[in-house]
Ligand binder design. Structure first.
Ligand SMILES: Cc1ncc(COP(=O)(O)O)c(C=O)c1O
Length: 463
């Protein structure tokens, strides 16, 4: 649907930063437009649908009501918009130098979420999560972090609202990314490598495997346990997967819609990497709204690592969100809650499950899943960095790989496609991954069908 031409003139815009008055006033809630019913969340004991009260030990009611809300648009509180003003709207950039390097007729756009103070999209939800906890007098929040991006974001948001933040950081990332830990500590958060002996969950995992490098599922178990056993003083916060987290991220897609309209273009394909699904949903759902309500034809492509292929290899089942089995059961694509993905550098994509709305939309055929290997993603990320100047996070490299592949396919067919992807974060604290890539020691593969089957055997039977 490209209507523009290659900007050869110095006077042509290919980078749009909307004025701050156009920061969205509402979040967009896909639950109002789901083309298929979303299966209910179940109590792990009774296997019956849960209600808001069941979630109250873990989350403040303000967020729980967003989790279950059927309203299409949910107002963003002024205090949250005020903080969004620190970095929003983020730039929408046409990657013209990358287009030229690929010699493609396609137009490639990216929404640059690396512009946030924490370096990724995660601050879009960390701020409202801290705000709604503060509203209900909560003074402490426990959470997990994979690569450290989520932990950094919640550390900043917690500091803004004077809430103590306790973070369980996946052990392999704790070792690979020491400066992410320093960032979290600089904002006053406490950081513990997971699995740890701080919780029963951690001790159980360590007893089974003292050398465990950890996983997001294990770190979630530790953080949930801290909140659930706090007697109400500590709540839990999740950086992805849940409806309210994806909801908060829709500021990205709404701004992208607005920015693309300024450019006089509309994407043929919308791409993002998926760990739990939040950055991709944030970009894609406002465009999907137009597909669902107006019939606008757009392809939606979600990219995951071949070493943690939740959408491309996992079944669609009820499973726990954490490893130990403390969370409610959600219907999602899963590799089994026991699955520990290989220690790849895109730590934020090492999650066994997937957001329930993304899962339902993949199942119904609205979103195409795709899996890419680590090295081909770094090839794409380095090409992007050397053309556009910005060094992407390893997670983001997955989206860039797929965007480049789409642009090369367009070249093959001589089609003028418009491609939009979410640049979910910069990679300035991921240089050990780039070191490994440049040294040729970055490993591909590592996914084991056998390990998945073993893990899936422990998934509870429902219905
Ligand atoms: C830069 C970056 N991109 C993507 C992700 C994946 O998470 P999600 O799928 O929730 O966006 C993460 C998670 O840590 C991240 O740090």
């Amino acid at each position: 649907m490209s209507t523009g031409t290659l900007p050869t003139s110095i006077n042509e815009n290919y980078r749009i930063v909307l004025p701050q008055s156009r920061i969205p006033t509402h979040w967009y809630n896909i639950l109002a437009d789901m083309p298929v019913p979303l299966p209910p969340v179940l109590h792990p004991g009774t296997k019956q649908p849960i209600g808001p009260a069941d979630l109250a030990p873990l989350f403040p009611m303000g967020l729980i009501m967003q989790e279950v809300s059927p309203e299409r648009y949910i107002p963003i509180p002024d205090e949250v918009r005020d903080i969004y003003r620190l970095w929003r709207p983020t730039p929408l950039v046409r990657a013209v130098r990358l287009e030229k390097a690929l010699d493609t007729p396609a137009h490639i756009y990216y929404k640059y979420e690396g512009a946030s103070p924490s370096g990724s999209h995660k601050l879009n939800t960390a701020v409202p999560q801290a705000y709604f906890n503060k509203q209900e007098g909560i003074q402490r929040i426990a959470t997990e972090t994979g690569a450290g991006q989520w932990g950094s974001a919640l550390a900043i948001a917690g500091d803004f609202f004077k809430i103590a933040i306790e973070i369980f950081m996946v052990k392999i990332s704790y070792q690979q990314k020491p400066y992410r830990r320093s960032i979290m500590q600089t904002y006053g958060a406490s950081v513990t490598p997971s699995p740890s002996d701080r919780t029963q969950s951690g001790r159980t995992i360590l007893a089974r495997n003292p050398n465990s490098t950890g996983s997001l599922g294990i770190a979630i178990s530790e953080a949930v346990e801290v909140a659930a056993t706090s007697g109400g003083t500590t709540k839990y916060s999740l950086g992805s997967v849940l409806n309210h987290v994806l909801l908060h991220q829709t500021v990205v897609g709404q701004e992208a819609l607005d920015g693309m309209a300024e450019m006089g273009e509309y994407p043929d394909v919308v791409i993002g990497c998926v760990g739990g699904g939040s950055n991709y949903a944030g970009l894609a759902y406002p465009f999907l709204h137009r597909t669902l309500t107006e019939g606008v034809k757009t392809r939606f492509v979600a990219v995951e690592p071949t070493s943690c292929p939740t959408l491309t290899k996992g079944p669609y089942l009820y499973d726990f969100g954490d490893t130990v089995g403390l969370t409610p059961l959600i219907k999602m694509y899963t590799l089994g809650h026991d699955f520990v993905p290989p220690s790849i550098h895109a730590g934020g994509l090492r999650y066994h499950g997937m957001a329930p709305t993304i899962s339902a939309l993949v199942k119904a055929g609205y979103i195409e899943p795709r899996a890419c290997g680590q090295n081909e993603c770094f090839d794409a990320g380095v090409l992007f960095a050397r053309q556009e100047g910005i060094l992407p996070a390893p997670e983001t490299n997955h989206a860039i790989r797929a965007a480049i592949d789409e642009a090369l396919a367009a070249k093959e067919k001589d089609e003028k496609k418009v491609i939009l992807f979410n640049f979910s974060g910069h990679g300035h604290f991921d240089m050990s991954a780039y070191d490994a890539y440049l040294a040729g020691t970055l490993l591909d593969g590592g996914f084991s069908e056998e390990a998945m089957a073993k893990s899936l055997a422990t998934v509870p039977q429902v219905g």
